[in-house]
Design a protein around this ligand. Structure first.
Ligand SMILES: NC(=O)c1ccc[n+]([C@@H]2O[C@H](COP(=O)([O-])OP(=O)(O)OC[C@H]3O[C@@H](n4cnc5c(N)ncnc54)[C@H](O)[C@@H]3O)[C@@H](O)[C@H]2O)c1
Length: 324
């Protein structure tokens, strides 16, 4: 198997690469630049040096199609994307990367017939509306989608396009809808605040998490393993699945940080603005179709995150630019 990851130097990508290398797979990355800082939190320099790199913009379809053909990739994990703040500030750029970029991934598979066994792509829980838009209890995978951001609408569009590529071209894909992914390497986007709060706690700095209410917290190593399972599971279709981590309040997150870093008690606070995305999502269809998936309890995930940050802080290798 030869895995090609778009946006592979990002947070989720770094952890997927780490898992794939542990499993002995060949891995290449298509990204804007080889920024290896996130990977360096969880991988050695020797491991990072084994990764193939193809520099390019996912909005450049010809370049991506060439990369897929030249590399002989068999599986694509498509993560390249701009997050909510960038899509809000520049919706046209957001659509170029998040929508046209995703079409380019499927077009590249179409242009290299029989080569790509599976595309797994990052959709998002942002396809759902607010918690109060749904009845209580876990929200089913096929509940009405009511995204409230351009970003969420782009992801909804991608899910529809993936379905059409299966119907018309037989391309097998799985879309995953993460909520808040946290852990070492998460440094951008609104829901990166819990991870930044852990970093601030380790450094003994105050930090305000800019939201409150309930969250669906997913430890990044679990998310990475789920992407890989979806790439390898026997499957034919164009399914899209919610992911369920731990449904907790931001107060629970702060308490877990204080337990992991007791000297930070009182330093981490939060506002009351709820993120307009329903957190209580049903992951039974994912379990039914893909099988058992890993689940790291929040206190354990937060403690591990703090331990990685502490180790790099002591070694003088912790990047703290995301806190300013
Ligand atoms: N992190 C989360 O909580 C979360 C939740 C829901 C969905 N997602 C989705 O998962 C995917 C990965 O998230 P992440 O947290 O790893 O993001 P990230 O911001 O850490 O990484 C994104 C990567 O995409 C690359 N990229 C951006 N524009 C590109 C372009 N035009 N061409 C090629 N590469 C480009 C960046 O350089 C970066 O390496 C994204 O599509 C995101 O929308 C993430």
């Amino acid at each position: 198997m030869h895995y090609l990851l778009t946006g592979g130097y990002g947070c989720i990508g770094s952890w997927i690469v780490r898992n794939l290398i542990d499993q002995g797979h060949q891995v290449s990355i298509y990204d804007l630049a080889a920024h290896t800082g996130r990977m360096a939190l969880v991988m050695s320099r020797e491991e990072i040096d084994t990764i193939g790199f193809f520099e390019g913009d996912i909005a450049d379809g010809a370049a991506f199609t060439r990369a897929v053909g030249d590399l002989g990739a068999t599986h694509i994990i498509h993560l390249a994307g701009l997050q909510v703040p960038v899509c809000r500030a520049n919706p046209v750029k957001g659509a170029m990367v998040n929508v046209i970029g995703t079409l380019n991934v499927f077009e590249a598979a179409k242009a290299n017939p029989g080569q790509i066994h599976r595309i797994v792509y990052a959709s998002s829980a942002a396809v759902y509306g607010r918690e109060e838009d749904y009845e209580t209890g876990p929200i089913s995978n096929d509940a009405p989608l009511k995204p409230l951001t351009h970003y969420g609408v782009y992801k909804q569009c991608n899910e529809g396009c993936a379905r059409v590529y299966h119907v018309e071209n037989g391309i097998s894909s799985i879309g995953l809808r993460p909520w808040t992914v946290y852990g070492p390497g998460r440094d951008f986007g609104l829901t990166s605040d819990p991870t930044k709060a852990v970093k601030a706690a380790v450094l003994g700095r105050p930090f305000v998490i800019k939201f409150g209410g309930r969250n669906n917290m997913q430890y990044v190593d679990d998310t990475a393993k789920i992407f890989i399972r979806c790439a390898e599971a026997p499957y034919d279709g164009a399914g899209v699945y919610s992911i369920r981590g731990e449904i907790v309040t931001v107060d629970d997150i702060v308490a877990a940080i204080e337990r992991a870093v007791p000297q930070s008690t009182g330093l981490i606070t939060h506002t009351d603005n709820a993120i307009p995305i329903a957190p209580d999502l049903d992951d039974r269809p994912l379990l039914d179709d893909i099988g058992r998936i890993p689940h790291t309890p929040l206190p354990e995930g937060i403690a591990h995150t703090a331990e990685v940050f502490r180790r790099h802080h002591l070694a003088g290798t912790l990047d703290v630019s995301d806190l300013t």
